[in-house]
Design a protein around this ligand. Structure first.
Ligand code: NAD
Length: 374
């Protein structure tokens, strides 16, 4: 196995996207990022920059103490705390928070937490037009995307709008230290999945490819260290930096087979989101390997290996993540049904999405095989 991959020369610009011609479009988003350890101490300053005088702080019930603690730093600018954020942004929760926005004369939103809390901030800013300051505490990356998934009566719908991207983001490395190692590992692998697919996206471009490769490298180095030392400041810093870059990738270019499969499997069998990503990713990469060789070179280089799918598989094993869909609740008789669903209206993908090969892929992930070219 070669280990000098990180020293290799980057591929030429012409090979960075899928087009191969060197022609691409790149759209940057309007947001401000403050990154570092202890940066949440600047919450008041950043709120002032956005003109927020009466802030509504948003958290999950589990993180309300953190909300109170950081909210205190806002002084007179703190108008209220709503600690009701929940997974998948249920509209009834959004409506409850909206009533507080209206009754307390709120003029700005501050989401402190993971993807669930940032999702609530997005849902509220979309409805009210209020400025949104996000303080992420996981590696989900929602704060960097123009995407909102909301749930109404258990049915999830997704919308895209540039207005959904928070106006400013404070990444405070110190706030991620409490994220349990196993949750960090799954969340980090989920972030890596965004970058892997960004490298072979139909609208890939040299800038997102740079971020994707660096994001994978930063997370792949940091996550094993977090497993043995959850308070390792350097590792936490690299992981959050990598998660930021991977979040940008998710927001900037289209996702392919891997995300479609995880969406189908998660929806059909109610599987845990991040673990499903960790199991499926090496197999999806193997499926696309021959059709996306430049992307594989970059992923392998980021992982310091010579085989991208196997490198992703080995990383997940090193992080003690589950390796079999069977172990996280998928029934064996679901394999064929999932394959059928996955080939219906597939996302754009480097290799055509074929029914039999997809069923083989899902079966391999169900059994926990090492990734093989299907
Ligand atoms: P989460 O926000 O649901 O958080 C999970 C739990 O961990 C919560 O109880 C939370 O309070 C707790 N937690 C968060 N940070 C912590 C910390 N530092 N220490 C201790 N506990 C902490 O989980 P998530 O994975 O960040 O987000 C998942 C949600 O985000 C899903 O609904 C997903 O669909 C959405 N998401 C959306 C996008 C997008 O672009 N729209 C991107 C990624 C994820």
């Amino acid at each position: 196995m070669s280990v000098a991959a990180s020293d290799a020369v980057r591929p030429p610009i012409a090979a960075a996207g899928n087009a191969g011609s060197g022609t691409f479009a790149y759209c940057s988003q309007q947001y401000r990022v403050v990154f570092g350890a202890g940066t949440s101490a600047r919450l008041g300053e950043e709120a002032e920059r956005l003109g927020i005088k009466r802030a509504l702080v948003l958290t999950t019930p589990e993180q309300q103490d953190l909300g109170r603690q950081l909210g205190a730093g806002l002084g007179d600018r703190l108008a209220a705390l709503f600690a009701g954020a929940r997974m998948h942004t249920p509209v009834e929760v959004t409506n409850e928070a909206l009533r507080i926005v209206e009754s307390r004369d709120i003029d700005g939103l501050i989401a402190i937490g993971g993807g669930s809390t940032v999702g609530l901030g997005k849902a509220l800013s979309l409805r009210t037009g209020l400025p949104h300051l996000a303080v992420p505490t996981t590696y989900a990356g929602s704060e960097m995307t123009p995407i909102l998934g909301e749930t109404t009566n258990g049915i999830k719908t997704t919308q895209h709008s540039q207005d959904l991207v928070p106006d400013a983001v404070i990444y405070d490395v110190d706030l991620t230290v409490s994220l349990p190692p196993q949750v960090s590992a799954a969340s980090g692998l989920n972030a890596i999945a965004h970058a892997v697919e960004a490298l072979y996206a139909p609208d890939a471009n040299p800038l997102t490819s740079l971020m994707a490769e660096d994001g994978i490298a930063a997370l792949a180095r940091a996550l094993p260290r977090i497993m043995t030392g959850p308070a390792d400041a350097g590792a936490r810093r690299n992981a959050l930096y990598g998660a930021w870059l991977c979040g940008v990738c998710l927001g900037a270019v289209g996702m392919s087979l891997h995300h479609k499969l995880c969406h189908v499997l998660g929806g059909m069998f109610n599987l845990p989101h991040a673990e499903t990503h960790a199991i499926v990713l090496p197999h999806a990469a193997a499926y696309n390997a021959a059709a996306a060789s430049e992307a594989m070179t970059r992923i392998a280089r980021a992982l310091r290996t010579d085989d991208a799918p196997q490198g992703l598989f080995d990383l997940a094993q090193r992080l003690a993540l589950p390796r079999r869909l069977a172990d996280i609740g998928m029934p064996e008789d679901g394999i064929a049904r999932a394959a059928e669903m996955a080939v219906r209206s597939p996302y754009a993908n480097p290799r055509p999405v074929e029914r039999v090969a997809i069923q083989d892929l899902i079966a391999a992930a169900w059994r926990g095989d090492a990734p093989a070219r299907h």
